[in-house]
Design a protein around this ligand. Sequence first.
Ligand SMILES: *Cc1c(COP(=O)(O)O)cnc(C)c1O
Length: 225
Amino acid sequence: MIARRLAETRARVDAAARAAGRDPSTVALLAVSKTHPASAIREAYAAGQRDFGESYAQELRDKAEELVDLGDLRWHFIGHLQTNKAKYVARVAHAVHSVDDGDLARELAKRVASQGRAPLRVLVEVNAGIEAQKAGVSAEALPELLAAVRGLPQLELRGLMTMPPFGDLAVARRVFDRLAALRERLGGAAALPELSMGMSDDLEVAVAAGSTIVRVGTAIFGARE
Ligand SMILES: *Cc1c(COP(=O)(O)O)cnc(C)c1O
């Protein structure tokens, strides 16, 4: 079941890339497994999926422990992260997509240093300026936060992430286009290679706007409780 939905989702991403004149291999699929059990992750892993997204720090910590035998699985943290929970994430994450302030960036860097691990990949979450959107740093404050992240050798700045308000594809398209335009203004793909945008309902629109990582939960794992 999960293997089939995973294949269907990958096919959607590939078709969207081709329709946009892009090489499908330039768009990564992140399987968002939050609230789903470790057994569902094993199923997706058995079908070849390696990148998984989680939104809650303790849930990530517990699942990483439970699935520690899957040595090449990569965890991506995509949810709002409180500074006091950064330690759980810094220990196991391959990447954090939701860095939205300097204090969090500094805390993650401190934890990476104290754990002696390799630099942590980070993306900065942006509020691309549409009213109903709450999470993320504003476009105005973005350059300063990027500079702060670049000043921390324990973090490797990979790009930008955004999440439009739910349920309106026209709004989603505007948000994705704004993120892509912001990236162009701030050095383009050479400076910020990744654009993490697009979910189950709007991944085609996101790929058309230039997404390099789509974060898909429901279409792969089914509805969350
Ligand atoms: C839950 C979540 C997703 C996945 O959403 P679906 O609609 O289930 O595909 C993607 N990104 C973030 C930040 C999420 O919290």
